[in-house]
Design a protein. Sequence first.
Length: 522
Amino acid sequence: MRITPCQAALAAAIALNLLLLLCSRLAPGASPRCHHPRRGAVPDGVPGVTVILRDFDGPDHDVAATARSFAALPGVPVLVAAEVSPYPPVPLPAGAAVLSLRPQPHRPPPRPELAVRTRHVALVPDGARAVPGLLRRMRDALEAASDGTVRAVAAAVGTRRPRCLSLEVDVKAWTARYGHAERQGDQKGDQKSDRHGDRHGDQHGDLCGALDGAPVVLLLRTRDLFSLSFPLSRPVVTSLSLQAAARGWRLLLLPAAFPSAPRPPPSPHALWRARSASDARRRALLEELGVKLEVLPDGSRRWHGCAKDTPRCFGTVRGQTPEYLVAGRWTPPCCLRALRATARHVLAQLEAAGVRHWLEGGSLLGAVRLGDLIPWDYDVDVGLYREDVPKCRWLARVAASGAPVEDPEGFVWEKAAEGEFFRVHFSRANRLHVDLWPFYARPGTGTMTKDAWLGHPQDVEFPERFLVPLGTVPFAGVLARAPNEPRAFLELKFGPGAIENPEYPNPALRRLAQDLGNKTEQ
Ligand code: ZN
């Protein structure tokens, strides 16, 4: 078939129209897909820096003066981001606006990312004062960073220099680990930047995971900020550092600093109120981000999860799959700590009373694998000889009365509601527990059996020879009693290869492979 030049022109025109239509449909408005190959919900924006004021509090804040100072810079929009407008009302200068973050029934949902039109944004703490050119230098330092992990640039506010810390966030383990960051000047990064003739001055900063000890201005790309799940959570610097660390991003701390407004020293009461409000916000943030343990640079630990006087961190376990496992995380560290403490207490009590006992099930598996609880386990299992129960006074009292008994150290011993076994809880409030399974030898067979069966595949009878004599294995910081051939015992219960091939207790609901390889679930 022959095509005339006229037909060809017509076909070309139709194709071009279709293409234009497709472009405008795919990306209404700015149509970033047609003009920019980069993907993402937030368009790149126009050159410039938007200042966001987020961390301010109480009646004594400095928002109006801070906003005035930064809005006086040419072409710098200022947004005061808050759940509700500051009250009493703050006289904002031209170029500054309130960005309301609280959803309201008569308004569309707050979309702070739509309020920022510039390519870069600076989160400025209350009381900072602008320095002409410094925001631009911060932006240039960010864009000049040859290391793609540098996603934010920081500059101190005031005369104190912040401490530069390393930060590692282990999402699965609910843990943030801080350390002392190496000085950037000691590393090969300096030589690298010297090779680029166009780099100078401010690029020489310290690479940090987190900053501590002084307020900072943080500058980052707008699209990076709004790619975070909690872009404007407070305290801003803590929130951004934790989310950045979970993505492998780092902060470049420049030597330059912004001045801070001279303010009269706060009264002791105002200081106390500010501290407790900031502590409460910090705790709420860690809860929101799922950080239950902070390991500080000196090795000390700050716990944020469950304790003796609070409920445990997860609800009733169904299908051998606790809720944290469904969320792609492992046992909260506070719970592991409480389980270890309960296990050590119970094992010591049984040992002192002369009750023959041994680690069972997943606890023995963890002991043989790593000398500890399996990192996703939710209880501890211990077997004991039923005929020895009366030797332990707590078990004897529970068996006689049927009622729970709280021992002097606050652990609660009780008969399980689910069947013929005992349970020792970390406390009355916190139901993390050790299960005690009474076994007895079936007469004339040499086989150990029991009366409580919960239908778990590993729950099987076994030859008594594993217990005569009992052996030991390291577990949760102590030497625990165990069957004398623990590997053979575990293979009998869990099947061959159980020690070498870890798997979640109920792979039909959740498999270990789903959670390995991806350090963070994003
Ligand atoms: Zn806990």
